[in-house]
Design a protein around this ligand. Sequence first.
Ligand SMILES: [Zn+2]
Length: 239
Amino acid sequence: MESEVLPKERIRFGSRDIAYSILYKERKSVGITVRPDQSVLVTSPPNLSVAKLNVLVKQKAGWIIKQQSYFLSFQPLTPPRKFVGGETHLYLGRQYRLKIIVSKKESVHLKGHYIFVYTKMKDSKRVKQLMNNWYRHNAAVKIESYLHECKKLFVRHHLKEIKVELRSMDKRWGSCSIKGKIILNPELIKAPKRCIEYVLVHELCHTKYPNHSSAFFDLQSQIMPDWVKWKSKLEKVMS
Ligand SMILES: [Zn+2]
């Protein structure tokens, strides 16, 4: 029988409170998991007291906070745009200035430091729609080709068949199911190529290890030794 004990337990670590719930299970060791919603689950053998678990959680507090901030920082933060001329928009990590031109034929393309939007109506809603379609199309093409490259880095790791889907998400860059389906936020196309590859590598590592275990991070560092750099760049460029 498994039962998650409520209400949550709490420990104090420096200036922070760490709340966690306990799941008692027939097992020999204590396991600590930080979920993507930043909640903490402690899986414990049946005979351990809450006092003892508090001590163990306190010992792991540094790691828990690191995991929590990891999930936090993975949230897209791009400020809203108005889709008016002169505004800057990101594409693959570069800033482009928006130029809106009324035209019979609608299209979007990059030239120099500009993103040209040819539109039938000089209306920000229409401009937004045209740009979003353009972003989405490019996201699909680029991410597919980057994924193809990234998969080659895992040649010794026998990856499963991977399916990728683009889906707008408020709070995540990507997610991965155990069955090997990777869902990516099309907003990623605004980030530099290496940042996108970092997210792809991260999600591909999840097809091997669903949690952020040390084995997961070992594999991620092996595949992309400088991932920390691209992770922090992603956070900076998109905020
Ligand atoms: Zn992850």
